[in-house]
Design a protein around this ligand. Sequence first.
Ligand code: P6P
Length: 357
Amino acid sequence: MADSDTASLELSYDYALDRDCTTLSRHVLQQLQSFGPDAQDLSALMSRIALAAKLISRRLSRAGLVEGALGFTGDINVQGEAVKKMDLFANEVFIAVFKQSGLVCRLASEEMEKPYYIPENCPIGRYTLLYDPIDGSSNVDINLNVGSIFSIRQQSGDDPDQTGADLFQPGHRQLAAGYVLYGPSTMLVYSIGTGVHAFTLDPSLGEFILSAENIQIPKHGPVYSVNEGNFWQWDEAIRDFTRYVHRHEGYTARYSGALVGDIHRILLQGGVFLYPGTLKDPEGKLRLLYESAPLAFLIEQAGGSASTGLQPLLDAIPTHLHQRTPLIIGSKEDVALVESFIQEQSLNERDRVMLNS
Ligand code: P6P
């Protein structure tokens, strides 16, 4: 074999080997360009999240074969939603993974009314994990994509009455955020404030391997993702936006009923996802602390934007753990287009009030 062929082969080996060695924990340290204690903590936290993702991915990939993996538990959670067995399993996985970690003192989950404390980790572990263990669980029983959403915040001050009130801070305060997409492959997409990076689970290795770095969302995209079955319940502004995309070339509707998959599509292809307020749920359906805020953190890190319709999503300050807000998120130009209809409606309303006064 010619020297040049050998050299290029070695190069490809080196590249492949180096990529396969770029695990999540190593990538976090590279991103922080530090081996200090805070960097080590964040690296270890992300490794634990990766472990939780692997355990959940394994269960999901065999759910149809595992006795008792699918279906409902018969309980109703704090959200008023019927709990799936997979919701419960995934919630327990995150708890189990962070026990004995010394890192996380407290977990706040969609599935638990109050924060869950891990006494042996408190007060050493000054981090709180906020998570939706399985988002889109209605898709589990029909074998469609689902996700986990996570956010890491630093505990600020004490929490004497254990309500997690110190967590009621704007989304800018997040240290890390991301999601796991359980699809044809299992992907973990995260940001610690240094861009958005994607890892793909290599089942043969049992490792998440770096598959995309510094992902940038397109400034505009063709996708609009919203449940149009709620059209009758929306404000006129959202209806006007929907009418606009119905009447203009270049838009395509995509909506899976599972937030993580819909957001991942928007991240890669561009466009906008909306879950607006409705007559029944004026604040919308999605929870601020462990769904919208982590996704907004990530999408803004990728060069996109996120809004409640009235303010940047990351400025929103919750008043309780399971607070919901409307969510408009995606490419900057597409989010701005939705907001322009909202602004126009509020101007029209103000004019009407002035005319009638
Ligand atoms: P709807 C799943 O229950 C979820 O929380 C998100 O994953 C998803 O985007 C949304 O609700 C779907 O809600 O009302 O359109 O079925």
